[in-house]
Design a protein around this ligand. Structure first.
Ligand SMILES: C[C@@H]1O[C@@H](Oc2ccc([N+](=O)[O-])cc2)[C@@H](O)[C@H](O)[C@@H]1O
Length: 434
């Protein structure tokens, strides 16, 4: 990792992370469910009859809604009686996802669980009066789905001391704010609760450090690892692009929102992607990502050495839009047949992209993932060092052998491969040629 030091003599920060063992399951899993759910879904992007533009979970900040109003008029009406933890986890499992990361506390500072640290929580401040994360942890255990918690460790619009450049200055006076008080009284103790009272927690997903000093990140990471030794922590414990001491504190890199790196050779990173135009549910938001789009984003991210954390936003009743549920189910059916191009796969060995799709890899196998059916009905692939032993399309009925020609480029050891494709796509979502 190169950084320009003031004397523009390049200082190189080598990050030794001894986390191969801890990352093993994550590198195989590839596909997880991200869940943004909180009091903000009671507003669902609407305030005083007006649709508020932008991502729904930021509505309190955008409209500077006083804490007492947010508590009384919105938390006070939050009663997701339709929330069924088992059905929710089955939805993720049946979509081919291996883990779930849910917002235990987002920037609004509201705890979506039974917190003894702050009464600003789901049990004490809503008519629902129950702990949905307790039910979710139980369901995850039942269906062998790993659980992770999203926690807004720096930004908190409920606490007068959570000072940063995204602060609740409509209720509180920033000059009186003492960050250490928020850190010691709320942030650290709540993360301790989450990592002590919900069984095995596989991921701590923190977000938006806003210039947080590394000493705080180190304190939280060390506490998390003492409570959950195998836990994985994402890079957003510090700001995007942070380089300096402490980079070993996190295990993998989270990309910017809805951003897929152009680089082909990265590893241990995740793309986080929405299924609508917001993370938190918004009433007006009907721009749903199709099963085809989801499959192609997933395979594209895997071809670039990454994982996909795909978001859903349950509504105020606790339910994910049925159309999105159907798309997820279709993705799951596709992965049942063709998941070998995703699970435990590595990124493309090529240093270039292809106009017909992307390549994923396993020992001795290359998967050509055909998104756009080539007009000529064949694919040319040059640059392979290996001799090809067989080529076949993955179909629901099994392997469909394909004819191919391979020749060695004169005076080189480079093979040129020409594959004759089936007459038409095997799957409109993505046809996989092995
Ligand atoms: C997943 C999302 O994460 C953050 O938004 C960000 C964080 C970082 C970047 N970034 O680094 O580009 C952009 C949006 C949150 O503010 C947002 O509400 C949501 O939870």
């Amino acid at each position: 990792v190169q950084t320009e030091a003031a004397g523009n003599a390049a200082t190189v920060h080598h990050v030794e992370r001894d986390n191969d063992e801890r990352l093993a399951w994550w590198r195989e899993a590839k596909f997880g469910l991200f869940v943004h759910w909180g009091v903000y879904v009671v507003l669902a992007g609407e305030y005083q009859g007006e649709t508020v533009p932008g991502i729904g979970e930021w509505i309190q900040y955008k409209k500077q809604i006083p804490k007492q109003e947010y508590l009384k008029d919105y938390a006070g009406k939050f009663n997701p009686t339709e929330f069924n933890a088992n059905a929710f986890v089955r939805m993720a499992r049946d979509a081919g996802m291996k883990f779930i990361v849910i917002t235990a506390k987002h920037h609004d500072g509201f705890a979506m669980y039974d917190s003894a640290v702050s009464a600003y929580n789901m049990v004490d401040a809503t008519p629902y009066g129950k702990d949905p994360l307790k039910a979710l942890a139980k369901a995850c255990k039942k269906y062998d789905i790993r659980l992770g918690f999203y926690y807004s460790h720096r930004i908190d619009w409920e606490h007068p001391d959570a000072i940063c450049d995204r602060y609740n200055d409509w209720d509180y006076n920033p000059t009186n704010a003492v960050f250490d008080r928020y850190w010691k009284e709320k942030s650290m103790p709540q993360v301790k609760e989450l990592l002590s009272q919900y069984g095995d927690v596989s991921l701590l997903w923190v977000d938006m450090a806003r210039g947080l000093d590394i000493k705080y990140a180190r304190e939280m990471a060390e506490m998390a690892r003492s409570l959950q030794p195998d836990i994985l922590i994402n890079s957003r414990i510090m700001d995007e692009g942070y380089e300096g001491p402490g980079m070993e504190l996190w295990d993998y890199e989270t990309s910017s929102d809805n951003y897929i790196h152009p680089q082909l050779d990265m590893k241990d990173w995740e793309a986080i992607v929405t299924t609508t135009d917001s993370w938190g549910h918004k009433k007006v938001d009907t721009n749903f990502r199709s099963a085809k789009q989801i499959v192609q984003v997933l395979v594209s991210v895997v071809s670039k050495g990454g994982n996909l954390l795909l978001n859903v936003g349950p509504d105020a009743t606790g339910v994910v839009d049925p159309a999105i549920q159907q798309h997820l189910k279709n993705v799951g059916v596709w992965l049942d047949h063709y998941g070998e191009t995703v699970y435990s796969a590595k990124g493309t060995p090529f240093s270039r992209t292809h106009d017909w799709g992307v390549i994923t890899r396993k020992p001795g196998i290359l998967y050509l993932n055909v998104f756009e059916w080539p007009a000529g009905g064949f694919i040319d692939l040059s640059g392979l060092q290996n001799k090809v032993k067989s080529v076949y399309a993955l179909t629901e009925e099994g392997k469909l052998p394909l004819s191919y020609k391979q020749k060695v480029i004169k005076n080189t050891s480079v093979h040129h491969l020409n594959v004759m494709l089936p007459d038409r796509p095997v799957s409109v979502l993505n046809t996989v040629i092995a």
